[in-house]
Design a protein around this ligand. Sequence first.
Ligand code: UDP
Ligand code: LCN
Length: 810
Amino acid sequence: MSELLQSIINSEDKNDLRSLMSEIRANEKQYLLRNDILNLYNEFCHKYQKKSELSQNSNLSKLIYYTQEIIQEDSNLCFIIRSKIASQEVYRLTPDLSIESMSVQELLDTRDRLVNCYHPNEGNLLEIDFAPFYDYSPVIRDPKNIGKGVEFLNRYLSSKLFAEPKQWLESLLNFLQLHQYNGIQLLINDRIQTQQQLSEQVKSAIAFINNLINTRAGEEPYEQFRFQLQMIGFEPGWGNTAARVLETLNILDELIDSPAPQNLEEFISRIPMIFRIVLVSPHGWFGQEGVLGRPDTGGQVVYVLDQAKNLEAQLKEDVELAGLSGLNVIPKVIILSRLIPNSEGTLCNQRLEKIYGTENAWILRVPFREFNPNMTQNWISRFEIWSYLETYAIDAERQLLAEFQGRPDLIVGNYSDGNLVAFLLSRKMKVTQCNIAHALEKSKYLFSNLYWQDLEDKYHFSMQFTADLLAMNAANFIISSTYQEIVGTPDSIGQYESYKCFTMPDLYHVVNGIELFSPKFNVVPPGVSESYYFPYSRNQERVESDRRRLEEILFTLEDSTQIYGKLDDSSKYPIFSMARLDRIKNITGLAECFGQSQELQKCCNLILVAGKLRVEESDDSEERDEIIKLYHIIDKYDLHGKIRWLGVRLSKTDSGEIYRVIADHQGIFVQPALFEAFGLTILEAMISGLPTFATQFGGPLEIIQNGVNGFLINPTNLEEIANKILEFINKCQQNSNYWQEISRSGIQRVYSSYTWKIHTNKLLSLARIYGFWNFTSKQNREDLLRYIEALFYLIYKPRAQALLQQHNSR
Ligand code: UDP
Ligand code: LCN
């Protein structure tokens, strides 16, 4: 990048750069973000009659394209340039066009100065740097492989096994000796004590099973030859039939002789080491019914519940395949959430709730201690819960140990609070920790770290961002739903990437907050619950009375308590959307788009399932604002007769059927969010067979292949959205198969890439491989964990205690 800057300065572009800099200086904003920069540059090109410079690939245009932020300081400009995914360079440009490279520290100081929080005379600020702790672990080199951690780790571990066979086989042997279930030894017993014995006995066992298969059959059940295998050192866990045991032993044999990444993955994935899983989601309103649609309880509840069900099913399948059924092995999955005494008609005040359709998956609710009954008896926002989490983890540990009758084998955290609790529990119980972010608030709120002090009363970001840093570094592995959640796209930074370097003025500087190239990151997207969401054409699985009832609710029912608006002509194409009524979900943007387009109104109706119909019914300020705005738009564009707004909270069965009813009417689904971390409704709509138009900002960019199995839209360009929908409708009118084609490819896309079966298989395989990696590199992580603990006690905890004082004095 410095060459690019130099070449601008050494060429004719120099004058343009000078004029541009003076335009920037004339701008009232001292801190320009990417959108501001692009707008300013476009205006600049217009003013100086430089035709579409951005597309002309001039050096100046390139520089602007890669510039994420510009900070004005005195007469200097500081350019923060991201020329490659996950890497950043910072330059200071002086008015006489000299260029100086700036260090991370200088950049953070500059940002502090901007908010009047730079006080060098008072001593230095704490600098948080996690980089030295990643020295021990391998890092991915190519950014395109970020998020494929496990593939990388398998290659790394198998090459170690190849290069240092003695040491690594010893680790493998020790690892195999480790596994037990309720005191019953699995895999190998003390007849195998050395590597030599392991290698020899594997060959003997292979010979024995080959013989067995020749005389009997591959299907011979394990129980029939269990004792013979035990005599040569092998305990249960290798397989349920002779053929499966042989397969597993062969993989191990090959791994010992010539280690290859596929063998390692395949072998470790078969090790029966996970029977008990905890999914931590503390902030509450976690239930199976009546909880969705409130602020904070959207996709995360759906995701965790589906994940729990599917993990339990997968664990049962794995136990069966490993040949452990005879040992009465019953896997158990617990969702750990918050018990809320004033549960407002939900089951959130119930300690234990069995998850429907499972044998042994539960929601375990543990209350926050009664520090302050006003807060701890009631639901409180996720932004307020930080003070209660440490003691919550202590209480939860006790209850988990009792429920499992021992330690769990894997702890999965969800969102900032769940990940912090997962860290505390994992540290205490010495269990593998996995993190899932869902949505990191840091990048969701503009300048959330720079102005954290102003926002602290409302959001308490100082605790949330500290918790995020601690938990993401402590985690053995992190799963993200998309690649861009980690490192963004070529022109936007990722959610995890935003933790790499930032200032919390007057609190600390983060110079290296997370190693984005670490193999701990793995992209494992969620699926959809296929029993509720399935293609509209599967008529035999649909309940006719539900279909009729929902059709009435969607198109004709008059019930002002829950539905607003009557349709003049219900035969028009329905444009459907369903989301919480948050500002960022931008349902009002979609209404505005519909209002502005007469053409759309001619051929379509707009049908929304969103929030509540009355301001008085909402206790969320954002939701109240959106309700008012939506009414205003309906009146402004006189959408009466063309819009239906359902302020209902649907059951899962109904939300599945509602997409299908819209598909029966050859409708479309639009998800117009300003940003969407992933977007479960998109999968739900697609699998139902609804052609889907979704925001290009966030996860949907990876789910939808534009024009193939859905369409991407820019939620800030309303005219363009309307045109894209109209173009689609035109095509459907010209070609009666077009709607079907997109519908079919949408369905296909979900079944091929976004199922819970794929998700749970991958997650469990990761848990095993990272469990092995954790085992072999444990001593190397202790220094990192000690550092994290120090930050927890010295930064997080005092702040959490101060917040508690505030709560108590309310
Ligand atoms: N949902 C619902 N009723 C509503 C709004 C949403 O059942 O009124 C469900 C929806 O079907 C989906 C989830 O809530 O399963 C929303 O998840 P998504 O990932 O799309 O968004 P989030 O709310 O998590 O931001
Ligand atoms: C939170 C979000 O904002 C959504 O985009 C996700 O789909 C959901 O969590 C589940 O991960």
